[in-house]
Write a protein that binds this ligand. Structure first.
Ligand code: SF4
Ligand code: SF4
Length: 158
Protein backbone atom coordinates (compact mmCIF):
# COMPACT_ATOMS: atom_id res chain seq x y z
CA UNK A 1 0.00 0.00 0.00
CA UNK A 2 1.30 3.43 -0.88
CA UNK A 3 1.00 5.88 1.98
CA UNK A 4 -0.05 9.36 0.90
CA UNK A 5 1.00 11.84 3.50
CA UNK A 6 -0.32 15.40 3.74
CA UNK A 7 2.87 17.40 3.57
CA UNK A 8 2.06 20.23 5.94
CA UNK A 9 5.65 21.49 6.04
CA UNK A 10 4.95 23.45 2.89
CA UNK A 11 1.71 24.75 4.37
CA UNK A 12 3.57 26.06 7.40
CA UNK A 13 5.73 28.05 5.04
CA UNK A 14 2.62 29.37 3.31
CA UNK A 15 3.50 27.89 -0.06
CA UNK A 16 0.43 25.74 -0.60
CA UNK A 17 -0.38 22.09 -0.21
CA UNK A 18 1.71 19.22 -1.47
CA UNK A 19 1.86 15.51 -0.75
CA UNK A 20 4.55 13.09 0.31
CA UNK A 21 4.14 9.59 -1.05
CA UNK A 22 5.88 6.93 1.03
CA UNK A 23 6.07 3.55 -0.72
CA UNK A 24 6.73 1.80 2.61
CA UNK A 25 9.88 0.17 1.32
CA UNK A 26 11.48 0.41 4.79
CA UNK A 27 14.90 1.45 3.49
CA UNK A 28 15.05 4.48 5.79
CA UNK A 29 14.92 2.21 8.85
CA UNK A 30 16.35 -1.05 7.55
CA UNK A 31 20.08 -0.56 8.06
CA UNK A 32 20.89 -0.01 11.75
CA UNK A 33 24.18 1.83 11.18
CA UNK A 34 22.76 4.22 8.61
CA UNK A 35 19.02 4.27 9.16
CA UNK A 36 16.68 6.03 11.57
CA UNK A 37 17.99 5.96 15.17
CA UNK A 38 14.43 6.17 16.50
CA UNK A 39 13.55 2.89 14.77
CA UNK A 40 11.83 0.23 16.79
CA UNK A 41 9.89 -2.93 16.02
CA UNK A 42 10.88 -5.77 13.68
CA UNK A 43 13.44 -4.54 11.21
CA UNK A 44 13.08 -5.01 7.47
CA UNK A 45 9.32 -4.89 7.90
CA UNK A 46 8.11 -1.74 6.15
CA UNK A 47 4.81 -1.89 8.04
CA UNK A 48 6.55 -1.46 11.37
CA UNK A 49 9.16 1.16 10.74
CA UNK A 50 9.35 4.22 12.93
CA UNK A 51 8.59 6.40 9.92
CA UNK A 52 5.45 4.42 9.13
CA UNK A 53 4.36 4.66 12.77
CA UNK A 54 4.58 8.44 12.57
CA UNK A 55 3.41 9.05 9.02
CA UNK A 56 0.66 6.46 9.10
CA UNK A 57 -1.03 7.29 12.39
CA UNK A 58 -4.50 8.80 12.31
CA UNK A 59 -3.58 12.00 14.14
CA UNK A 60 0.22 12.26 13.88
CA UNK A 61 0.43 15.48 15.94
CA UNK A 62 -1.04 13.59 18.92
CA UNK A 63 1.26 10.60 18.43
CA UNK A 64 3.82 10.70 21.28
CA UNK A 65 6.26 8.80 19.04
CA UNK A 66 6.98 11.95 17.02
CA UNK A 67 9.07 13.26 19.94
CA UNK A 68 11.52 10.37 19.55
CA UNK A 69 12.70 11.84 16.26
CA UNK A 70 16.03 13.60 16.75
CA UNK A 71 15.88 15.47 13.41
CA UNK A 72 19.04 13.80 12.15
CA UNK A 73 17.72 13.75 8.54
CA UNK A 74 19.05 10.21 7.94
CA UNK A 75 15.64 9.15 6.61
CA UNK A 76 15.82 11.92 4.04
CA UNK A 77 19.28 10.79 2.94
CA UNK A 78 18.32 7.10 2.81
CA UNK A 79 14.98 7.36 1.02
CA UNK A 80 15.30 6.24 -2.61
CA UNK A 81 12.07 8.08 -3.45
CA UNK A 82 13.13 11.46 -2.07
CA UNK A 83 10.51 11.44 0.65
CA UNK A 84 11.40 13.63 3.62
CA UNK A 85 9.74 12.15 6.73
CA UNK A 86 11.70 14.47 8.99
CA UNK A 87 10.01 17.56 7.56
CA UNK A 88 6.61 16.01 8.16
CA UNK A 89 7.51 14.97 11.71
CA UNK A 90 8.92 18.42 12.51
CA UNK A 91 5.71 19.99 11.22
CA UNK A 92 3.73 17.65 13.49
CA UNK A 93 5.84 18.72 16.47
CA UNK A 94 5.14 22.35 15.61
CA UNK A 95 1.43 21.60 15.38
CA UNK A 96 1.47 19.76 18.72
CA UNK A 97 3.32 22.64 20.37
CA UNK A 98 0.79 25.14 19.06
CA UNK A 99 -2.06 22.95 20.31
CA UNK A 100 -0.48 22.70 23.77
CA UNK A 101 0.06 18.96 23.30
CA UNK A 102 3.85 18.86 23.55
CA UNK A 103 5.12 16.76 26.49
CA UNK A 104 6.27 18.59 29.64
CA UNK A 105 9.80 17.30 29.08
CA UNK A 106 9.93 19.17 25.76
CA UNK A 107 8.34 22.43 26.93
CA UNK A 108 10.54 22.34 30.04
CA UNK A 109 13.65 22.02 27.91
CA UNK A 110 12.53 24.89 25.69
CA UNK A 111 11.94 27.06 28.78
CA UNK A 112 15.37 26.13 30.08
CA UNK A 113 17.11 27.12 26.83
CA UNK A 114 15.08 30.30 26.30
CA UNK A 115 15.45 31.53 29.88
CA UNK A 116 19.14 30.81 30.33
CA UNK A 117 20.67 30.19 26.92
CA UNK A 118 21.86 26.78 28.12
CA UNK A 119 20.41 23.31 27.64
CA UNK A 120 21.20 22.37 31.24
CA UNK A 121 20.49 24.06 34.59
CA UNK A 122 23.19 26.31 36.04
CA UNK A 123 23.64 24.96 39.54
CA UNK A 124 26.05 25.93 42.34
CA UNK A 125 27.84 22.67 41.55
CA UNK A 126 28.34 23.80 37.95
CA UNK A 127 29.90 27.03 39.17
CA UNK A 128 32.12 25.23 41.68
CA UNK A 129 33.42 22.82 39.04
CA UNK A 130 34.06 25.67 36.60
CA UNK A 131 35.92 27.64 39.27
CA UNK A 132 38.08 24.60 40.03
CA UNK A 133 38.95 24.43 36.32
CA UNK A 134 39.72 28.13 36.20
CA UNK A 135 36.72 28.87 33.96
CA UNK A 136 34.65 32.04 34.18
CA UNK A 137 31.14 31.81 35.70
CA UNK A 138 28.34 31.18 33.22
CA UNK A 139 25.72 33.89 33.03
CA UNK A 140 22.17 33.54 31.69
CA UNK A 141 21.73 35.29 28.36
CA UNK A 142 18.91 37.65 27.41
CA UNK A 143 19.21 37.37 23.62
CA UNK A 144 17.25 34.13 23.31
CA UNK A 145 14.37 35.58 25.32
CA UNK A 146 14.10 38.44 22.87
CA UNK A 147 14.33 36.08 19.87
CA UNK A 148 11.71 33.76 21.39
CA UNK A 149 9.44 36.73 22.03
CA UNK A 150 9.84 38.06 18.48
CA UNK A 151 9.32 34.61 16.95
CA UNK A 152 6.17 33.97 18.99
CA UNK A 153 7.68 31.05 20.88
CA UNK A 154 7.04 32.50 24.31
CA UNK A 155 3.37 32.89 23.46
CA UNK A 156 3.22 29.14 22.77
CA UNK A 157 4.85 28.33 26.08
CA UNK A 158 2.17 30.07 28.19
S1 SF4 B 1 15.12 12.57 11.22
FE1 SF4 B 1 13.80 11.48 12.68
S2 SF4 B 1 12.64 10.01 11.44
FE2 SF4 B 1 14.39 10.72 10.19
S3 SF4 B 1 16.02 9.23 10.56
FE3 SF4 B 1 16.34 10.87 12.05
S4 SF4 B 1 15.22 10.23 13.90
FE4 SF4 B 1 14.47 8.96 12.18
S1 SF4 C 1 12.68 5.01 2.50
FE1 SF4 C 1 11.21 6.57 1.80
S2 SF4 C 1 9.59 5.43 0.70
FE2 SF4 C 1 10.81 3.96 1.89
S3 SF4 C 1 9.68 3.71 3.84
FE3 SF4 C 1 11.24 5.32 4.15
S4 SF4 C 1 10.19 7.26 3.69
FE4 SF4 C 1 8.93 5.60 2.82
Amino acid sequence: MVLNVPYVYNNLEGSGEAAEICLQCGVCCAVPEYGCPAQYGPQLDPKHTYVYECLGSENPASNPSIWQCVSCHKCEEMCPYEVSPVHFIEAMKQRALEAGEAPDSITGEIEQVVNTGYAFPLTPNTERLRAELGLAPMKPTEELKRIAEAAGLRRLMK
